[in-house]
Design a protein around this ligand. Structure first.
Ligand code: CA2
Length: 151
C-alpha cells in the first residue's frame, strides 16, 4: 500500500464550476478551472503535497470520488457548489471518509442570497474558506498541510 505521504489531496469541484472564467466573471472571476488546477498543483508542490483535481456536475460521482479518497487520498478540499445546501449524501460520504476536509467557496456565500448560507458540508469540514476568490483553493492547500502533518 502507498505510504500516506505519497497520497494526493483530492480537490473536488461540484456542478457548473467547469464554467469558471467563461460565465459571470463579475461574480466568480476570470480564472478558468484548468488554471485553478495548475495553481493548486503548484501550491501543493510548494508544500510537499500532490493533488488529484476533479470536477463533476453529478452528485453520485462526487460521492464516488469522496469514497475513493477515503483509501487513496490524504485529505479532501471540496467546493460542493450547488450541492452545498442540499446534499446529505455528500455529507455522509465526507463523514465516512475520516479524512481532513476543507470546504471552499469562491464567493462569500454569507453575503449572497439566504438560501446559500446553510451548508451540510460544513458539518464535516475542519475549515471553511469563502469569499477569497480562487485564491481560497491555495489557502485551503496551505491549511491542509497543517492538517495532514503527522497523520
Ligand atoms: O462561491 C462558490 O464557490 C459557490 O460554491 C459557487 C456555486 C454556488 O451555488 C454556491 O452558492 C457558491 C455555483 C457554482 C457555479 O459556478 C459557476 C462558475 C462560473 C460561471 C457560472 C457558474
Amino acid at each position: 500500500m502507498a505510504d500516506a505521504a505519497d497520497k494526493p489531496v483530492f480537490v473536488l469541484n461540484g456542478p457548473n464550476l467547469n464554467l469558471l472564467g467563461r460565465r459571470e466573471p463579475e461574480k466568480y472571476g476570470s480564472t478558468s478551472l484548468e488554471e485553478v488546477r495548475t495553481m493548486c498543483e503548484q501550491t501543493a508542490a510548494e508544500h510537499g503535497l500532490t493533488v488529484d483535481f476533479r470536477q463533476s456536475n453529478h452528485e453520485g460521482t462526487l460521492v464516488d470520488w469522496i469514497q475513493e479518497a477515503r483509501t487513496a487520498g490524504r485529505g479532501i478540499i471540496l467546493n460542493p457548489a450547488g450541492y452545498t445546501t442540499t446534499s446529505i449524501a455528500i455529507l455522509d460520504a465526507l463523514l465516512a471518509a475520516e479524512l481532513p476536509v476543507i470546504e471552499v467557496h469562491i464567493t462569500n456565500i454569507h453575503q449572497r442570497e439566504e438560501f446559500r448560507h446553510h451548508s451540510y458540508v460544513s458539518k464535516a469540514a475542519a475549515a471553511v474558506i469563502a469569499g477569497a476568490g480562487v485564491h481560497g483553493y491555495q489557502l485551503a492547500l496551505q491549511h491542509m498541510t497543517r492538517l495532514v502533518s503527522g497523520r
